[in-house]
Structures are given as C-alpha cells and as structure tokens.
Design a protein around this ligand. Structure first.
Ligand code: SAH
Length: 338
C-alpha cells in the first residue's frame, strides 16, 4: 500500500502507471483528496475496476486526533502518529484568513534555552505524509479553508528539508489545496547551507530566521546553534535569499526580559541589518513556569520597537495568538509527556 498523503502530484502519476493505470487519473484523484477532502475513492467518476485497483494499492494514513483546544484566535491540535509519537499543530485564525502552523519533527535537537520543544529531544523527522496529514486533518475537523501555512511548529525544518519540500509541493499544487507559495513561511534557527538550498529549490517560500540576539556572544548563550553558524554567515545567506527572490526576509526576535531586550541590543540589531531588505518581527515571549525566562514588559518592548523605528528598520509585532491554550512551541506536548 502506498500512502496517498505522501505523494506529490508527479509521484502519484508515477504510482498510477506502476499499477497499470493512466497517469491522467491523478487529475481526478488529487482534487478529490485535497479539494473534497475525501479519504475514500468511492464516488469518483472512474470505472469499477479502476476504483478497486486504487483501493488495493493506496491508503490514507492520516494521524489520529488526540486532543483539540480551541480559543477565539487559535486552535491547537495534538496528533498521534503510527508509531505512537505525538506532534502538534495550530490553526491560526487571522482576520485575513486561516493559517496552519505545522510541526516538522518529533521533538527538536536545536536546544534553544527558552523553547520547550528543545526539551523534547528529537526522536525522528516527520514524513511528507505526516506533515500533509496535519493540514488535511485540520481542514476536515474545522471545516475552514486553509489559506496559508507556517512551517514553524515543533522541529527545525531545515534539518528535514527534503520532506518539507515534498510537503510544500503537495500544498501548492493547483489541483490540490493550491496554496500560494507566498502564503507559506518557513522559520529556521539559521542552518546556513540549507538557506541557500531553499533559495535555489523549486519552492522558495517566505523565509523567517530566528535571530533573537544581535551578536554571536549573546546568541550562543540562548541558542546552541550559534556555535555552528555565525550571524555574519546567516546575514549573508539572508541577503542572497532576498536578492535572488526579490523578497523581504523576516528576522524573528523574541523578547526575553533582561536578556536581549535593551536599547543597546536594538541599536546593534539595526547595525547588523544595515540596508538589507529585511524586517524585524518582534515576538512576545510565551512564558511558562518551567521555562526560566519571562517576556519583557510592554514598555520595554515598545522602547525596543522605537529604537528600531528611529533607525529606519522595518518592524512588526506579531499578535500573540493562543496564549490561553498554551499554543507556544512544545507547550502542549511538553504537558502530555510528563
Ligand atoms: N526551529 C525553527 C521553527 C520552530 S520555532 C526556528 O527556530 O525558527 C518558531 C519560532 O518560535 C522561533 O522563532 C522560536 O525561537 C520561537 N519560540 C520558541 N518558543 C517560544 C516561546 N515560548 N514564545 C515565543 N516564541 C517562541
């Protein structure tokens, strides 16, 4: 059996040929699976013999829904995978539409000090199907039309880039969910060679980089990955990305009270960015009792914001969705692991 959620359109065409069917049948199957969100082949306008062959050869291996927590702005989903591992995803309900935040790994090995996902040591990468399954599962359960995807859940997507690209291929296919490539954002802690690889790939989605500090010394204290790649290397890769694709890169900056939130940090951040086509996305830190970090107070965040503004740096503040349902990375899984 081949799991249909793991197949790009082209891979489905090839599989159809393998089982003695015409590749053009993909044009009927794909819209049914992703447009009608059907998980059976019944009712497709195909000969009985073909339907039987499809049933014999393809399965729909969606993850099992374990728990949903809903709020006005975000719904958090917890899934159980075939091998018993759990992953989470979030449906973000923005005014402009519905976005799904997907996880790319079970746990994460990056070990960022402030992030709960780092405590869930990575056990394995997610398959293409397990990422597709999160989106299809949420679309079915919520009845919402998914307009965008954030590859920002648990895990470091660049460590699982081949599968992430397969997943993006499925999400963007015009006969499937047809999500625009500009409505997909991938966030990385800064795996430099993979930034170039994404830029040169078939799916150069919007790029967000988790910077969180304006210099290597400070960054190393909160993000171990900073020992592997310097900010200079990261900014050079970001510049390549924005120039090649003529697109603005997002630099994420989470506000950690007393750690990275001084005016001086903001000044150095402005210097680092220079004239680059990038903007800073200031993120309120979603604190939890066990994290050991607190979010900067509102006045400090505004002070930091003002310094960047005065220096001419583009800056936005992410609305914090889902505080009340522990929607920050790893919070739900961390809760069930204990
Ligand atoms: N590994 C990728 C994507 C997953 S994390 C990356 O590092 O970018 C997505 C974003 O959420 C990152 O910027 C991460 O640093 C941030 N984050 C992690 N824990 C957080 C928390 N408790 N509150 C706010 N942001 C958090």
């Amino acid at each position: 059996m081949t799991d249909i959620y793991g197949l790009t359109y082209e891979a489905l065409e090839a599989e159809l040929v393998n089982i003695g069917e015409k590749s053009s049948r993909a044009g009927i199957i794909y819209p049914a699976v992703y447009g009608g969100l059907a998980d059976v082949f019944d009712g497709l306008p195909l000969k009985g013999e073909t339907l039987a062959r499809l049933r014999e050869n393809f399965s729909f291996d969606a993850p099992e829904l374990l728990d949903v927590r809903t709020s006005e702005t975000a719904d958090k989903y917890l899934w159980k995978l075939n091998d018993g591992c759990t992953v989470e995803s979030v449906l973000m309900k923005h005014e402009f539409g519905y976005n799904v935040c997907v996880s790319t790994q079970v746990g994460c090995n990056m070990g960022c000090k402030f992030c709960l996902s780092g405590r869930l040591r990575r056990r394995r990468d997610l398959t293409v199907s397990e990422m597709t399954g999160q989106v299809v599962g949420i679309a079915k359960h919520s009845g919402c039309r998914i307009g965008g995807i954030s590859v920002m859940g648990i895990g470091e997507p660049m460590e699982n880039l081949a599968n992430v690209l397969g997943f993006i291929g499925i999400m963007t296919h015009p006969k499937g969910l047809a999500i625009g490539i500009k409505h997909i954002t991938l966030s990385t802690c800064g795996i430099v060679p993979k930034i170039y690889e994404l830029a040169d790939s078939a799916y150069p989605v919007n790029l967000a980089i988790s910077l969180h500090a304006p210099d290597d010394a400070l960054r190393e204290t909160i993000m171990p990955v900073a020992k592997r790649y310097t900010l200079a290397e990261i900014m050079e890769a970001a510049r390549y990305y924005s120039e090649k694709l003529n697109r603005r890169v997002t630099l994420e900056y989470v506000m950690l009270d007393g750690v990275n939130d001084s005016d001086e940090c903001a000044e150095r951040l402005a210097e680092l960015i220079g004239g680059m086509n990038a903007y800073v996305n200031i993120i309120r830190y979603n604190s939890s009792p066990e994290s050991g970090f607190k979010c900067s107070p509102h006045e400090r965040i505004m002070g930091f914001y003002d310094v960047l503004k005065k220096r001419g740096v583009g800056v936005t503040m992410r609305r914090s969705l889902g505080d009340d349902i522990s929607a920050a990375c790893g919070q739900l899984s961390a809760g069930t692991e204990k």
